[in-house]
Structures are given as C-alpha cells and as structure tokens.
Design a protein. Structure first.
Length: 152
C-alpha cells in the first residue's frame, strides 16, 4: 500500500482493512493522531485528506491510497509555527491535551476553507470534536485569533 503522508510517498505493508489511524500510529510511527472513541464521534483522530478533515479511526487505509494526500498534526508544521498552533499556545487552550491534535486539524481545515469564520461557522466545523476539559470558548477564540493572523 502506498500512502502519501505529510508530502512523502510511503510504501507500507498493512492489511487491507486496517484503519488509517493505526497505519499512521503503529506503522508510520506518527503518534500525534490520537485514538478516542473508534466510532468517528470524538474527533481525536482527525487528519486531512486532500485538505478536508477526515476521521481516521473508521477509514480503511486503502480508501486513501489512490494518490490522495494525507496530512497529520506532525505535517501541519514541524516547529509549531502554523497560525492555529500559535493561537492555541498564545491563548493557553490546552488542558489535558488529548483531543487537541484533532481540534487543531479541524480548525486548520476550517480556516483553509473559510478564512473569516463566524462563531456559527466555527461551531459547525468543530461539531463532533469533543473536549472533555470543555475548553470550547478558548478553542473558538483561538480560531478567531488564527484567522486574524492568516489575514495579515
């Protein structure tokens, strides 16, 4: 199976039905993407496929092996310089941190598709990304902060 992960084609020997999450974590050793619920309900496993957010826990790796580009949290930026990551740090969004890679990936996809989102746009795009620490207010504020950075 050949997957384009973070801009590099990788030839991986995996079972055809293996979820992309486990290919990324256990085979490609990219552990930033997290397992949360295993049912695409919590968003912890969110990655981008061709720029769109995708729940990797229920997506077979073979479904994205046709030249599509997979972007993980590790590929968003290697040094935390992506505007969403900077806003997250600036506003101290993270508490336990477990859900945050999925939150950041969903937020980054939103800002790519909608560089000036309203609160309603943010709520709709982030729906399904669960934060057990309930930092939703700071998440929304960080997305607005990142949007202003991307404007400027």
């Amino acid at each position: 199976l050949t997957l384009n992960i973070n801009g590099k084609d990788q030839e991986l020997n995996v079972p055809a039905d293996m979820p992309l999450l486990w290919v990324l974590r256990d085979v490609a050793h990219l552990t930033g993407t997290k397992f949360g619920c295993g049912m695409a309900q919590c968003g912890a496993c969110t990655v981008h496929v061709d720029g769109a957010p995708l729940r990797s826990c229920i997506t077979p790796a073979t479904a994205v092996a046709h030249g599509q580009k997979i972007l993980t949290i590790e590929g968003l930026s290697t040094d935390g310089s992506h505007p969403v990551q900077q806003a997250w740090a600036e506003l101290d969004v993270v508490q336990c941190g477990y859900c945050q890679s999925g939150q950041v990936m969903s937020a980054a996809a939103l800002l790519t598709m909608n560089p000036k989102p309203s609160d309603a746009d943010i709520d709709a795009a982030m729906d399904g990304n669960i934060c057990r620490c309930a930092t939703y207010h700071r998440i929304r504020l960080a997305i607005h902060t990142a949007a202003k950075t991307l404007e400027g």
